[in-house]
Ligand binder design. Structure first.
Ligand SMILES: *Cc1c(COP(=O)(O)O)cnc(C)c1O
Length: 227
């Protein structure tokens, strides 16, 4: 994808976000666009930075570590979101790198994050990932187990700001976005990480505060990635 395309796509997405915000009587500033840059080269990310984009999402800690520390030198207000499944042996690097982690999905990971946050004196904001479609191949806490998992995390004093979901690929996403919003409200969480290239306007309609958009900005990825 060439440079013009990336900045054209970015401004088109920003306009669609503004439009959805107006349509649903939401303040545009409540909605943060995360440009999902997994598998993209650094020069593509630089084009997005030059076009004013500051929030980026990556799935893999190692890939993020290879791209973002140097990009931050030029753009100190860059924010990095880790949005993919996180193994406990990557927690140290994840805390060191990330401003936000969207994939808190099990007790063992919660304990590891709490310990490492204490050690590094650094507290990236966290989202608990909810498996809204109860899909066996997907990560996330079952909707019914989310309140008790949140209590567990709160005892660890983790900085949880909201919930994240990836609805089933083959179904209309809106009922799942509504479910995530309901669980968040019931648990006094204000932030919702939901909506991707194909469905971010629907997610905004249902309260998304962070939308994660990859291919609609950077073009189709070469390899298929499961999350
Ligand atoms: C890849 C990915 C995205 C972006 O997907 P697109 O369809 O390319 O917008 C969003 N969220 C997660 C968790 C992802 O893994």
């Amino acid at each position: 994808m060439n440079k013009e395309c990336i900045s054209t796509n970015l401004s088109a997405i920003r306009q669609q976000i503004a439009k959805a915000a107006r349509q649903w009587s939401r303040a545009e500033e409540e909605i943060t666009l995360i440009a999902v840059s997994k598998t993209q080269e650094k020069d593509a990310i630089e084009v997005a930075l030059q076009a004013g984009q500051r929030h980026f999402g990556e799935n893999r800690v190692q890939e993020a570590a290879s791209k973002f520390p140097s990009l931050r030198e030029g753009f100190p207000d860059l924010k990095l979101h880790l949005i993919g499944p996180l193994q406990t042996n990557k927690v140290k690097d994840a805390i060191g790198l990330a401003d936000y982690i969207h994939s808190l999905d099990r007790e063992k990971l919660a304990v590891a994050l709490a310990q490492e946050m204490q050690r590094q004196r650094k507290r990236p904001s966290l989202f608990v990932q909810v498996n809204v479609g109860l899909e066996p191949q997907k990560a996330g806490i079952a909707p019914k187990d989310t309140p008790s998992f949140l209590r567990f995390c709160r005892k660890l004093d983790l900085p949880i700001i909201g919930l994240m979901c990836i609805p089933p690929a083959e179904e209309a996403p809106s009922p799942y976005f509504a479910l995530l919003a309901k669980i968040a409200k019931e648990n006094n969480l204000s932030q919702l990480s939901m909506g991707m290239s194909a469905d971010f306007p629907e997610a905004i309609a249902l309260g998304a505060s962070f939308v994660r958009v990859g291919s609609a900005i950077f073009g189709a990825r070469k390899k298929v990635e499961l999350s």
